[in-house]
Design a protein around this ligand. Sequence first.
Ligand code: ATP
Length: 212
Amino acid sequence: MRRIGIFGGTFDPVHLGHLRPALEILDALSLDQVRFIPTGMPPHRNMPVASAVLRLAMLKAALADESRFHVDEREITRTQPCYTVDTLAELRREYPGAALSLIVGMDAFLGFPAWHQWQRLFELAHVVVAHRPGWTFRNEGVLGEVVTPRLSASATELTRVESGCVLLQPVTQLEISATLVRDCIAAGRDPRYLVPAAVRDILIESKCYAKR
Ligand code: ATP
């Protein structure tokens, strides 16, 4: 069975807090690949600060040296808001029989009940939740009700079936966010070691986020 990770985000910009957890999850689940899907118009939040072209260029530069990481451009070119459930349904049609794992950070996961048709996400894919500093899952509310029966104790379960499991996955805790990177640049500081060197080069060259 093919095993595919799907990691959506604004990536405004991509940073090491995205890349290291994605790599650790790829290894823990023995995924064949992780598809990074930068969003065009996120339905749940403000429009990204950097242009789609620049976010895409930074993501490509960040992923260039890991052959199991792929940039998937299907959402970024759209002019309508994209819902994760629709993207997953599309991927499900493209990869019949594959185990699909939607990768999200804990903050995003806790916000699931506000997502369009969120309960369908579990029909279409597994959900792998990367621990993130400052965010904890509590088995309560509507999310707890839906998720608890689906919780998996180990990654192995996610390799046996195509969808439906939830895995809370410990990863190296990196308190880095795109907001932190943007604020750092806006304050005139160097984002070195928060982002890959190739992304830093683009940030310096483009002066993106420098003045807001
Ligand atoms: P912003 O600061 O602009 O809100 P962000 O750093 O949260 O951005 P996004 O592109 O919005 O980045 O996030 C994409 C996905 O990556 C989300 O599921 C988010 O939870 C996850 N993520 C981002 N940063 C981390 C981190 N440091 N550790 C674990 N998961 C993360």
